[in-house]
Ligand binder design. Structure first.
Ligand code: SF4
Length: 471
């Protein structure tokens, strides 16, 4: 069940044999879980001097009809984006890639993350004469790059010069007529990887599942702070801003990323199972069956079942066909809408002591409805375990965990009170210590800001991690 808004997904390809738009279409399809509000593909075909772009509100198959994909032609390079708006409104002018035509350079920019000092930068740029078309932080990035381009030898050096001004999270793919640039902020909050297709095209994507979808081979993750340039001359890196171990969002492993992706050398699927195993060690419960809330709770439930010896059961069936065109329930109907999205398989839970595992609790309303479904299906006891610690602080890096007053763990003072409000017999969360261990062998540090209140970058009014600390 979707409770936390994902950030976005980005993709880029250079050196395709005329099918860059189609490759981007398939790759973005695989990244659709990262954003469902709008999407877009920008292409460069090597002949016409302009970057062309198609983008709109909606899911990939809704926006990219065969006719629209056809309009993008036989391009050799593309940049693509799926968006969930966490900064700026969800209107079409904020859809990406953002195409900028300037005498210094033309580029199409796709961004995943959130610039935490975007407002201050925007004010500064406006005071010096900048005019912005939308209200997204991506436009602020593009302006910072264009401004730096005046003094930089190349566009990648302009990105390098702009980076120290940009605080927060950004995984970028920038398409130009001469090259494709990928860049990741020095903390590496959001994932970004590189691959290679069988016919030698270079690809960049938010997650490795996008590479798999087009049959591309995974080459490596882009390092925190790294800028990678792909052009007809080959691939090279600028590493001025590299050096730190990074602070990848730990919630990527719990919820955002797809289970078939590998990030920083760690499998998302295995990390979720490990979260379940840690839950079993931290919260042993006498029960008859363990069920997971689709989708990300399922792997954790399997991990719990394996560790505890309690049988795993397929407790829920999720309706996968609810798209944007689904008529949203009115306020009166809303309390029953969970029935439309999720059904309980009654024989699995009827008369049983049930452990239910979910990835997180935000407001608590969805959890309460799911628990009610289980009780209605005859569950004798319901014990809710959560494969992440309680959300107690906002996220400033590209998710919609925004204000403390909406978070149930802030509104209520104890786990007993939360359990009572949700209607469960008991409630347990994964500890902060364990969540940083679920992605075993990951070659990076983690951000745990929304759980601990300590952030890797300076945020006004919030605590900052010490330099070099991982959580
Ligand atoms: S604050 Fe939380 S959701 Fe945001 S980047 Fe850090 S771990 Fe991820």
């Amino acid at each position: 069940m979707r409770k936390v808004g994902e950030e976005c997904g980005v993709f880029g390809i250079w050196g395709a044999k005329g099918d860059a738009a189609r490759q981007a279409y398939y790759a973005l399809f695989a990244l659709q879980h990262r954003g469902q509000e709008s999407c877009g593909i920008a292409v460069y075909d090597g002949e016409k001097s302009e970057i062309r772009c198609e983008k709109d509100l909606g899911l990939i198959p809704e926006v990219f009809t065969p006719e629209r994909l056809q309009k993008l032609g036989n391009a050799s390079a593309a940049a693509g984006h799926v968006r969930y708006s966490t900064a700026g409104s969800g209107s079409v002018e904020n859809a990406q890639p953002l195409v900028v035509r300037h005498r210094q350079c033309s580029m199409a920019l796709a961004h995943n993350g959130n610039i935490s000092n975007a407002e201050a930068l925007r004010r500064r740029f406006e005071e010096s004469g900048a005019i912005f078309h939308g209200n997204s932080d991506t436009e602020v990035i593009s302006y910072a790059v264009i401004q730096a381009r005046r003094d930089a030898e190349t566009l990648e050096h302009a990105v390098e010069m702009a980076m120290p001004q940009l605080e927060g999270a950004y995984s970028l793919v920038i398409l130009t007529p001469e090259k494709l640039i990928a860049a990741r902020d020095p903390h590496g909050f959001r994932p970004l990887c590189m691959g290679k297709t069988a016919d030698g095209a270079v690809v960049f994507a938010s997650e490795s599942c996008a590479l798999d979808s087009i049959g591309a081979e995974f080459v490596r993750d882009i390092r925190p702070g790294e800028i990678v340039v792909a052009s007809d001359e080959g691939v090279y890196s600028l590493e001025t801003h590299c050096g730190g171990k990074g602070h990848l969002c730990v919630f990527e492993f719990v919820y955002f990323a797809r289970p078939d992706s590998t990030i920083e050398g760690a499998s998302v699927h295995e990390a979720r199972q490990r979260a379940g195993a840690y839950l079993a060690l931290e919260h042993p419960i006498q029960a008859d069956v363990v069920v997971g809330v689709p989708d990300s709770g399922i792997d954790a439930a399997l991990g719990y079942a394996r560790q505890s010896g309690i049988p795993y059961g397929v407790g829920f069936i999720k309706n996968r066909y609810i798209g944007r065109s689904f008529i949203q329930p009115t306020q009166i109907q809303r309390k029953d809408a969970v029935h439309i999205k999720l059904s309980v398989i009654q024989p699995v839970v009827d008369g049983k002591r049930v452990i239910i595992i979910d990835d997180s609790i935000v407001r608590g309303t969805t959890s309460a409805r799911i628990v009610r479904l289980l009780r209605e299906a005859g569950a004798k006891e319901v014990h809710l375990l959560v494969s992440s610690p309680p959300f107690k602080h906002p996220c400033y890096f590209g998710t919609d965990i925004k204000s403390r007053e909406h978070l149930i763990a802030c509104r209520l003072s104890s786990e007993e009170e939360i359990a009572k409000e949700i209607g469960v017999d008991s409630l347990g969360y994964l500890s902060v210590d364990s969540i940083t261990k679920i992605a075993k062998n990951a070659r990076c540090g983690f951000c745990t800001g929304c759980f601990t209140g300590k952030y890797p970058v300076n945020i006004e009014g919030e605590a900052c991690l010490e330099e070099g600390a991982t959580a």
